[in-house]
Write a protein that binds this ligand. Structure first.
Ligand SMILES: [Zn+2]
Length: 75
């Protein structure tokens, strides 16, 4: 019985597709299960620092758009 090379190739693709390793959003290295989605604690800290430092653009919703100035009783 000779194995079909095509069959073996397909099996390999299926395995590879099943476990897609993502890369660290900070440095691009493969992620570590202990520090997902980052590759290391260092990159996790860097990401946290970005949040604390305001590097990330966080959409600020100002609440004085729905109520406050310009009410129906303004006139
Ligand atoms: Zn990293």
């Amino acid at each position: 019985m000779a194995q079909d090379p095509k069959s073996a190739a397909r099996t390999g693709q299926t395995v590879a597709k099943g476990r897609g390793k993502r890369s660290c959003p900070i440095c691009g290295k493969p992620t570590d299960d202990a520090y997902r989605p980052f590759c290391s604690k260092r990159c996790a800290d860097i990401d946290l620092g970005k949040w604390l430092g305001g590097t990330y653009a966080i959409p600020v919703v100002e609440e004085d758009g729905s109520a406050g100035s310009g009410g129906p009783d303004d006139d």
